[in-house]
Design a protein around this ligand. Structure first.
Ligand code: PHE
Length: 348
């Protein structure tokens, strides 16, 4: 009997050591010390023993049981400690290590450029106006003196909306001129920037591109004002005070006279070649770049919005923004701006 109790005790101590969690300890406890556990079996068997043995064995069994109960408490404490230890290992951190810098996004190069332009024109007193990208033919064409049979309305250039009759994706930002003049009386000095759409796609043209439009209307607004604004704007845009501008006669239905605006090439600074003698590819060695369309607001357009062309006059200009960002950053393909390749975008 003695040896049986001793060996049970050892067996249980071994099992206890192997128990790795409180539930496993509980299992061991139930198996050995529980109501129908092995120790109770021994105690139940006592009654069949002679008195002398009943006493000694009973005492031993009870003592061993108490001892083992204490071992269980001890093992549970050990397990709790081990768990804390492994937590300290896995949750360990060095508070002196410099933190990881979160990657922050930034403005797209074109958005960035538009913000710069806005600031340049704000300093000349121009407010910012806005208009819809899905535009009525009425504003995109009719009100701008572009008659029904004008080639610019051709299906080749304009995206017409199938279901929304008389709607187009605006082909230019000029309709914002009309929307602004309809809403307010002169004097007006606004710029507007945004997306425009044409069926066009190659290295320097994309079906979606960005335009800037400017409009100034008031008493005695003249071509001299237009020239001054253009000259200053391009010097600011290309961050070069030596940039010169020139005007060539051209045609746009909503201005009279109409002009193309050229500025000296910001890459070769009007020399046609780079300082090391390499021919300038951007201006094809002519030293000038065609950068904008402009002119004096056509009297018919002023009449269309209810202004009196005898009393007020104005100028308007418009140009593509994407090409200017390409020139500024020496980028040779327009599509790069719209592919959302982070390797490209993150350079700015
Ligand atoms: N809207 C013209 C274009 O898209 C540009 C322009 C604007 C010309 C204002 C003259 C005056 O080509």
């Amino acid at each position: 009997m003695h040896t049986k109790i001793e060996s049970l005790k050892h067996q249980m101590l071994v099992d206890l050591k192997l128990a790795k969690s409180e539930t496993e300890v509980k299992d061991v406890e139930v198996r050995y010390l529980g109501r129908s556990g092995v120790f109770n079996d021994i105690l139940k068997g006592l009654k069949d023993l002679p008195d002398e043995q009943k006493r000694t064995i009973g005492k031993l069994a009870n003592e061993t049981k108490e001892e083992l109960e204490a071992d269980i408490v001890k093992r549970n404490a050990e397990i709790a400690n081990e768990m804390l230890g492994s937590l300290a290992d896995s949750e360990w951190m060095d508070v002196t290590v410099p933190g990881a810098v979160p990657t922050a996004g930034h403005r797209h190069p074109i958005t960035h450029f538009m913000d710069d332009i806005e600031a340049i024109f704000a300093k000349m007193g121009f407010a910012v106006a806005d208009g819809p990208e899905v535009e009525l033919e009425h504003y995109n064409f009719n009100m701008l003196n572009i008659p029904e049979d004008h080639p610019a309305r051709d299906m080749q250039d304009t995206f017409y909306l199938k279901d929304l009759k008389k709607h187009v994706l605006r082909t230019q930002t000029s309709p914002v001129q009309i929307r602004t003049m309809e809403k307010q009386d002169p004097p007006i000095r606004i710029v507007t920037m945004g997306k425009t759409f044409r069926k066009d796609s190659d290295a320097t043209h994309s079906p979606m591109f960005h335009q800037l439009e400017g409009l100034m209307v008031g008493k005695g607004v003249s071509m001299a004002n237009l020239k001054a604004v253009m000259a200053h704007a391009f010097q600011q845009i290309f961050e070069d005070p030596t940039i010169k501008t020139r005007f060539r006669v051209s045609f746009f239905p909503f201005v009279e006279p109409g002009m193309e605006v050229d500025c000296t090439c910001p890459i070769c600074r009007g020399n046609g070649k780079l300082p090391d003698g390499v021919p300038c590819r951007l201006c094809k060695q002519c030293g000038w770049l065609e950068v904008a369309g402009a002119g004096m607001v056509h009297p018919q357009v002023l009449k269309n919005v209810g202004y009196d062309p005898e009393k007020v006059s104005g100028f308007a200009f418009g140009f593509g923004l994407d090409r200017m960002v390409m020139i500024k950053h020496h980028i040779n393909h327009l599509r790069l701006f719209y592919e959302n390749d982070l390797r490209f975008i993150q350079q700015f």
